[in-house]
Design a protein around this ligand. Sequence first.
Ligand code: 8DG
Ligand code: MG
Length: 157
Amino acid sequence: MKMVNKEGPSAPTSPPTPVPRVAVVVFILKGKSVLLGRRRSSVGNSTFALPGGHLEFGESFEDCAAREVREETGLEVGKVELLTVTNNVFLEEPKKCHYVTIFMRAVFGANEAEQVPQNLEPEKCDGWEWYAWSHLPNPLFGPLERMVKGGFDPFPV
Ligand code: 8DG
Ligand code: MG
């Protein structure tokens, strides 16, 4: 393994070696709809994506899901469940990156459904809306589009 900056903080550094990162994203389901927002980002700009973000050191998937949803939408989710994991390599994007993406699910019952999503990070998202699963918006963010095209269904049976 190549070591960088072994002389200490003041030594010249080479550019950091890119590494895969872990993202946690959430299907928030209300009836037959899902919450999506159009991204403002160097990765997947202008595409519709789920709320979510980076897993922090020491965090559980469930806690990360609830935190990201709270930070981005103001919504409080109840029980959060693990759905699936996908491997996403973005080499064509302005900012090359690689994410192992953990997809979680939060089902809104009558109590949670009263909540209205807010766009709390407008620099990262154009706004949150509920979309019927049968009429998803275009274009979807690549990782989500691949799942939909592959027949993935986030709704509980
Ligand atoms: P943070 O610094 O607040 O933790 O992160 P963020 O700024 O909210 O990150 P993000 O881009 O929203 O999410 C991190 C990565 O997760 C994103 O660059 C690629 C991956 N990702 C997917 N699918 C989805 C998705 O549907 N929504 C979101 N938000 N990210 C996704 O692979
Ligand atoms: Mg995000």
